[in-house]
Write a protein that binds this ligand. Structure first.
Ligand SMILES: [Zn+2]
Length: 251
């Protein structure tokens, strides 16, 4: 099977594949508690991206970014972070490079909360510069997954949390050899459901994780992974039919 990773292709195989779509993965390097690897936020969306690309035509996954904006997690080892400014510029440069080679259909799969505002700012700037571009963003799969799975899937806090029940589960289904469940510990902050209080992570939990990591299971993770991959494949096929635009009609 031909590789879906851009870094594996060469001039000839790239041309022959007729690539017109790219999947971009933005991750981070930071603690996710004692039990999950530093690369969690890249491992998960990169795996999703590769699996999605395998089921699509003319689609490639560009090399993932293993750093994100993680300064609000820097009290724990081993955070390596870009600033908001740097990350926004990097994302814009990557998008511009794709445009230069005529790739104007892009699906961004983000793995890390701190990247969300930078992706939004960069994507909006590029969309203004290149209006015929289609840029789709799954910016927080850990929130979205709750809408895609039956409500009783998770036991605690709807599976939320940084390294919590949901994230631990999907990492168990993605890179099981890198998970140490004997170190799984988290806390659940009582957050207001309406107004957002801007936090540094140590305000939410005494550990590197929040939520209930010890409730994570590989079974839940496999379900999450399957549902997200199926959804994204259907989404891209729908976008291809619609020219990467909304369908709109009068009420
Ligand atoms: Zn993260």
């Amino acid at each position: 099977m031909e590789s879906k990773r851009l870094e594996d292709l060469n001039e000839k195989s790239f041309k022959e594949a007729g690539i017109d779509k790219a999947i971009l993965v933005f991750g981070s390097c930071e603690s996710h508690g004692g039990h999950l690897p530093f690369g969690t936020d890249t491992f998960v969306p990169h795996d999703l991206g590769i699996e999605v690309a395998r089921r699509l035509e003319k689609t490639v996954v560009v090399p993932p970014l293993w750093y994100g904006m993680s300064l609000h997690y820097r009290h724990k080892p081993m955070c390596i972070s870009l600033t908001n400014e740097t990350l926004t510029l990097v994302i814009k440069d990557v998008l511009k490079s794709l445009v230069y080679w005529g790739i104007k259909k892009v699906l961004i799969i983000n793995g890390h909360d701190g990247n969300i505002p930078c992706i939004e700012a960069a994507a909006r700037d590029i969309k203004l510069e290149v209006p015929d571009m289609g840029i789709a963003v799954l910016d927080a799969w850990w929130m979205t997954i709750g809408q895609l799975l039956p409500p009783d899937t998770f036991e605690v806090w709807e599976g939320l949390g940084h390294g919590g029940e949901g994230e631990t589960s999907i990492v168990l289904a993605t890179v099981p050899n890198l998970v140490d469940m004997s170190q799984a510990n988290g806390m659940i902050p009582d957050m207001d459901p309406v107004v957002k209080l801007i936090w540094n992570f140590q305000e939410l939990t005494d550990y590197g994780a929040s939520g209930a990591p010890e409730r994570g299971t590989v079974e839940k993770g496999k379900k999450m992974r399957r549902v997200l991959i199926d959804y994204l494949v259907d989404f891209v096929k729908r976008m291809d039919r619609q020219g990467w635009r909304f369908e709109k009609k009068k009420a």
